[in-house]
Ligand binder design. Sequence first.
Ligand code: UDP
Length: 218
Amino acid sequence: MTDLYAVYGASGCGRSLMPVARAQLKRAGIKAEIVFIDDGLSAEAIINSHRAMNYEAFKKITAATKYVLIAIANSQVREKISIQLEQDAIELWSVQADNAVLMDEVEIAAGAALSPFVSITSNIKIGKCFHANLYSYVEHDCVIGDYVTFAPGVKCNGNIHIEDHAYIGSGAVIKQGTPDQPLVIGKGAVVGMGAVVTKSVPPGVTVIGNPARILEKK
Ligand code: UDP
């Protein structure tokens, strides 16, 4: 029996990560099928030359071990699916682009997706199901929680702590903290695209602009 790999989500995020996933298996010399899982499908289909099916159909396939990369930008959905996978004894799969750079003492939990041109420098700890989209970087001494999402081009400088479920928009710049006083992006906070974050962001709020300010709910 062979192993089976899957990219969960066949929309924008999933279709962009499938080539990264394919390259990763090639690099490792593993000849196995990668399918898409998407619950929007009622019947098996072909998407970008890969078999695609919903989760119920995926579960019915027999394989030695199943590995799933959750390629859905919404972090709440990633958490929900990761819990389901654990219940079903299916492994979380992490993928990284051929040209992603990881330096010294980088610890990343399962389920990460590191897109092309991502750099993770030294002494960094990252939680479950992290998404770092194209050209994002994480500088030294950062601590990143579970289910954190970076859109393309996020500049996360040194000594920053990002809590669970935070979403950082495209091109946002986060000012570096210090070892004594890291800059903190609170749990579930959203940093708008292009924002320049100069101080800590409380949990659950959205910040936008330069310098980034809290967007008040109307
Ligand atoms: N999806 C799914 N199961 C879920 C929730 C979402 O298969 O429980 C799929 C959904 O059908 C859609 C994709 O995940 O195809 C999410 O795509 P979307 O365009 O919202 O965002 P993306 O994460 O690709 O940017």
